[in-house]
Design a protein around this ligand. Sequence first.
Ligand code: AMP
Length: 229
Amino acid sequence: MAPTAAAAVAARSMRTFLIMGCPGSGKGTLSKRIANTFNVKTLSSGDILRHHIQQGTELGKRVTATLASGGLVDDAIMVDLMHHELIDHVHGGHVLLDGFPRTVGQARDLAEFLPKVKRRLDAVVSLDVPEEVILDRIDGRWIHAPSGRTYNMSFNPPKVPGCDDITGEPLTKRPDDTREVFGERLRQYHAITEPLLEYYRETGLLQVHTGSTSNELFPKIKAGLEPLF
Ligand code: AMP
């Protein structure tokens, strides 16, 4: 096979997906199940930002207040950050983007950027979860901040109360999981991120799944993605 044709085949085998859903819709949990099932690397913009904050990097300092208030980080910062992440995974196989893009501006940038790293978008998974389910769930959510592993005291508790299953380290509450900040994050989602659904519907890549729990949603997501592998 000619080198260019071989490169094209290799590029086609590197799938790139997005998962969208309002805060608390189970994106994190479902991303991990998708990652394990299809051998996909998840790039979660929220986890990457929280990691910067934890490490006290310059970027972390710039975005701390924004995350604490439930607002959105500037598009320019986000696209720069995610370009670097994608460049790091140029040869890294399948990628699932979680939490990025979150604005139409970010989505347009991504469409332009992906071909530069020999990728194209293969599917956009959107979670449609009733809002009352989400508000109940958020109260019980605890995380292991260094890894981004998420637990829920009602339906996905850690083996040892208050401790991460893998490392045994203490779990914490996300500072933006208070009802007040959470309300702001939901508002941002409806006002700014939801219009993205229309943007992606027009591309023909959108797969919307409705359900209340990850056990209900995952089989639908799996069935939607399977034909792409
Ligand atoms: P998440 O963990 O995806 O809920 O993200 C947590 C917070 O990080 C959000 O409330 C925003 O403040 C910020 N954030 C994450 N991804 C983005 C993005 N693509 N654009 C702007 N802000 C973001």
